[in-house]
Design a protein around this ligand. Structure first.
Ligand code: NAD
Length: 366
């Protein structure tokens, strides 16, 4: 039996409900494909603040460092919203990213035909769209220093710094080429090279790395162009790689293609390698949805899809990843639906459907 170790951080609001479904799906896949996961459950976010005074206690971070991967639910909620509080639940996310060197955020966006009505895009525009957005997560404007305000001769000014080192760009661009090679072989690198020095280095690095990956076709795009085309011609894109700020904006924009927040998964990959691949943190894109927490109505599909990415990228369990992805697709196409997808089924009904599917493969009815 292969053994894996996962730090399990359900967090706040609906986090525990959706993580529990993902955990059971992984266990069902383990029973079918011959592996076991040791789940190391830890506090994070608001619940961690209540118990320890810190959003990211040191035991939680230690458990993440000792694991092959982290499965995270969500953090935050009105209870911890006081802006003057010394610690906020969201501090845990930035803390995890920087402490675990999670430099690459992967967000797949797929246009399932069954959810055409849920997307604001016309069905013929979104049909067939399947994009992987790769956002650099630890550099750029969000981390560059100096940053702040000052007053000189009575005039107030502010500064943010957009700094990237060549190795920081190289590692994310290399990963983007590898991911594109495993998909349809097309990479779009997004920058603003007509204005920004950082973008000119970014473009140079992309061209250098491209020489090592002749199987991938690459195009450069100034960010204004995909900001428009991602919604008007989404099928043009396969893998998109870009720096932190552009990626933050484009990945949320692209979410409109999918149709529901309850479906979007994400992976944040680190620099450390594991026996099965690369260490990473996996979480749904949605938040803690405090308005529906504890009611048994949360959609678990985004978290199950995130767990599928964990199986693929960090645990090296590709068959199990396929099984979870197949179950999520089947649920979207003909399974029970939670309220966010226009249905009236509960979390447990979706869980039962997924577990039956993961444990025992069936033909998907045409
Ligand atoms: P949210 O994603 O929690 O909710 C937005 C809307 O989508 C709500 O109507 C919610 O009920 C619904 N929704 C979200 N996920 C759902 C699911 N799985 N099933 C069914 N419906 C779902 O965003 P928000 O309301 O802006 O934020 C709520 C809290 O979550 C805040 O404290 C925010 O800071 C936090 N948050 C955390 C993360 C994270 O942990 N990564 C991300 C975003 C927001």
């Amino acid at each position: 039996m292969r053994q894996h170790r996962v730090a399990y951080l359900p967090g706040d609001g609906i986090g525990p409900e959706v993580c529990d479904v993902a955990r059971r799906c992984v266990e069902a896949a383990g029973a079918r494909f011959g592996f076991e996961v040791r789940w190391d459950e830890q506090l994070v976010g608001g619940t961690a603040i209540d118990a320890t005074g810190q959003a990211l206690p040191s035991e939680t971070l230690d458990a993440c460092r000792a694991a092959d991967a982290v499965l995270l639910g969500a953090v935050g909620g009105p209870r911890w919203d006081d802006p003057s509080a010394p610690t906020r639940p969201e501090d845990a996310l930035l803390g995890l990213r920087s402490a675990l060197e999670l430099f690459a955020n992967l967000r797949p966006v797929t246009a399932h035909a069954a959810l055409a009505a849920a997307s604001p895009l016309r069905p013929e525009v979104r049909a067939g769209a399947d994009i992987l957005i790769l956002r650099e997560l630890t550099g750029g404007l969000y981390f560059g220093r100096p940053q702040g305000r000052e007053v000189n001769d009575g005039v107030e000014s502010v500064v943010d710094t957009l700094r990237y080192t060549r190795p920081e760009i190289e590692r994310i661009v290399e990963l983007a080429f590898e991911l594109a090679a495993g998909r349809r072989g097309h990479l779009t690198s997004v920058d603003k090279a007509n204005v920004l020095a950082s973008s000119r280095l970014w473009r140079e690095v992309v061209d250098e790395v491209a020489l090592r990956h002749p199987e991938v076709s690459v195009e450069h795009a100034l960010v204004d162009s995909p900001a428009y085309l991602i919604l008007t011609q989404p099928t043009h894109y396969d893998v998109i790689v870009t720096e932190n700020l552009f990626g933050d904006i484009l990945s949320d924009e692209a979410a409109a293609i999918a149709g529901s927040l309850g479906l979007l998964a994400s992976a944040s990959l680190g620099t450390r390698t594991t026996e099965g691949g690369r260490f990473g943190m996996y979480e749904p894109v949605h938040g803690s949805a405090p308005g529906i927490a504890g009611q048994g109505v949360a959609n678990p599909l985004a978290t199950v899809a995130s767990a599928a990415m964990m199986l693929r990228w960090s645990l090296g369990e590709a068959d199990a990843a396929d099984a979870l992805e197949d179950a999520v697709t089947a649920a979207i196409e003909h399974g029970p639906r939670t309220g966010d997808l226009g249905g009236s089924d509960g979390t447990e009904a979706v869980a039962s459907f997924l577990l039956a599917r993961v444990g025992q493969p069936q033909e998907v009815p045409a």
